[in-house]
Design a protein around this ligand. Structure first.
Ligand code: 3NM
Length: 223
């Protein structure tokens, strides 16, 4: 399975990029040690999505990091990236599975036990569990589940040993260790955290990533 420990989700909005180039920021994060990149762009035209995904894929390949595409299975197929991340309102798992190569990674967003169990039954490789906290980066999140809700989900799916788990939403340097520690259930813990602004909007994305990686690795179970 992919190393999900420090999962970067991209965001191309001006508030996050602040005039910088997306690929430049992503490369800094790769230098700092992100382990997965998800290209997430809810507004650009298909042509731009494909062109940007191609650039990001080249970059990620140079660092040996898998690239996933948010929502757009067609873009993932066109560029030949490693997989997709699907929200609850995106293409259904079985349809994506049919379109993608056999070994493609498919991650699913889950904010409840039911959604998590359905994604596992479908065959998801990992779950994006959230939202951990309210976040200005995504204001239409339907449920804020916190460490208590995340722990309840991990507890309910603890027999699914093969499915990966990452938490998302408002995670940063000041809370990442608490998120990982307090969310664990007796038999299942988070494999990592997915982050936009604490990396992408940082003045120094490389240094920010290095510090997050250090905090995650210094947790006893992640040593
Ligand atoms: N999905 P930040 S929260 C893209 O709850 C996304 O599924 C969420 O950004 C979910 O790290 C979120 O800046 C935004 O809080 C994460």
């Amino acid at each position: 399975m992919v190393d999900l420990s420090l999962y970067l989700v991209t965001d191309s909005t001006p508030a996050i990029l602040k005039g910088r180039d997306l690929c430049t920021v992503v490369e800094e994060a790769l230098k700092g040690g992100v382990t997965v990149v998800q290209y997430r762009d809810k507004t650009s035209d298909t042509g731009v999505l494909v062109e940007t995904a191609r650039k990001l894929h080249k970059l990620c390949q140079a660092y040996g990091v898998p690239l996933l595409i948010n929502d757009r299975v067609d873009v993932a197929v066109a560029v030949g990236v490693e997989g997709v991340h699907l929200g609850q309102d995106d293409m259904k798992f079985e349809e994506a599975k049919r379109l993608l190569p056999k070994n493609a990674i498919i991650g699913i967003s889950a904010s409840s036990i039911e959604q998590a169990q359905k994604a596992i039954a479908d065959g998801a490789d990992y779950l994006g569990i959230g939202a951990m906290f309210a976040t200005p980066t995504k204001t239409n999140t339907k449920s804020i589940i916190g460490t208590v809700g995340t722990q309840a989900i991990l507890n309910a799916i603890s027999d699914a040993t093969n499915v990966g788990t990452v938490s998302i939403g408002g995670i940063n340097h000041s809370n990442v260790q608490r998120v990982m520690y307090q969310s664990q259930s007796p038999k299942k813990k988070l494999d990592g955290v997915a982050i936009i602004s604490a990396i992408m909007a940082a003045d120094d994305p490389k240094a920010s990533t290095e510090e997050l990686a250090r905090l995650i690795k210094s947790l006893p179970s992640f040593a």
